[in-house]
Design a protein around this ligand. Structure first.
Ligand code: ADP
Ligand code: MG
Length: 281
């Protein structure tokens, strides 16, 4: 299969930036995704909503080529992800920032060094210490730290920051790649409600400013509705909901989950997880 060049591809401006067709993913006997079809336009902010185990992380990992489909196709920025190897895959990943629930910072390094790690893919060889990064990257990193409101923390160790602050550092690190797509896998699941709101608002502001396309998994209906342009609901690996959030109510979302639920106990789990306010992990 041939792929067009990754950069300066005018096709990606009008075509879906992520196009998933009939994606199936099995892990042995476990069906993680079943016939998922999803198309995301450039600049869209999409929330993946679903209980734990519904397939959210697996879906995000396919976009970045961290998982490969059992069946079906995943096209990202005009490229068939499963055909990419080596340099081409690294090039695609450079266009995709990833933010995780547990932040994944290096605790013993300074905040600034953690942000600079986001630029490593563009540099040759290992980097040891701040002095080893080019000045232009250090300035860019400071700019991104300013953007997330943490400029004054640049020289502090990462593990001295609060969870919400660490997640903002992780966002700044992702911005070092100048990504076109931002994937966020339950970015606020370990945060208190106030920090969660802050982090989600920050992701949204940055996405709008930079024209980023965002795919973010969450498990709370409230946050999904207040924050996304569009909500995609997964249940046992199947897509059960795909609709704009505007005008959508919590009751309607719950009704959709209710309709596809076969037992009262299943409904109880859904209510407990999806209707919970942000968890205090
Ligand atoms: P979510 O992110 O919504 O919690 P996941 O995508 O992590 O869901 O998981 C979907 C299903 O696939 C679950 O049943 C999970 O146990 C299974 N799964 C995910 N990754 C693996 C793996 N690497 N090996 C085996 N099973 C997996
Ligand atoms: Mg997950």
């Amino acid at each position: 299969m041939t792929n067009p060049p990754l950069s300066a591809d005018p096709v990606t401006l009008t075509h879906p930036i992520v196009e998933i067709s009939d994606l199936n993913k099995n892990f042995g006997q476990v069906v993680a995704l079943r016939n998922v079809t999803l198309s995301v336009k450039p600049g869209e902010i999409v929330v993946l909503l679903g209980l734990s185990g519904s397939g959210k992380s697996t879906l995000l990992r396919h976009v970045d080529g961290l998982d490969t489909p059992t069946e079906g196709s995943v096209r990202v920025l005009g490229r068939q992800v499963s055909t990419l190897r080596g340099r081409q895959l690294r090039k695609l990943r450079q266009d995709i920032g990833f933010v995780f629930q547990q932040f994944e910072l290096v605790p013993s390094l300074t905040v600034l060094e953690n942000v600079l790690i986001g630029s490593l893919a563009t540099l040759r060889g290992p980097r040891l210490g701040l002095w080893s990064y080019p000045r232009r990257l250090k300035l860019a990193a400071l700019g991104h730290l300013d953007r997330v409101g943490l400029l004054e923390r640049a020289y502090q160790r990462a593990d001295t920051l609060s969870g919400g602050q660490q997640q903002r550092v992780a966002i700044a690190r992702a911005l070092m790649q100048n990504p076109k797509i931002l994937l966020a896998d339950e970015p606020v699941a370990s945060l208190d409600p106030e920090s969660s709101e802050q982090v989600m608002a920050l992701i949204r502001d940055i996405a709008l400013d930079e024209g980023l396309t965002v795919l973010c998994s969450l498990h709370q209906v409230d946050l999904a509705l207040s924050w996304g342009d569009r909500v995609v609901g997964l249940r046992h690996g199947e897509l059960v909901l795909d609709t704009p959030t505007e005008g959508l109510t919590k009751a309607e979302v719950m009704a959709i989950y209710g309709r596809v639920t076969t037992s009262t106990s299943a409904l109880e789990v859904i209510e407990r997880e999806l209707l919970s306010t942000v968890s205090m992990a």
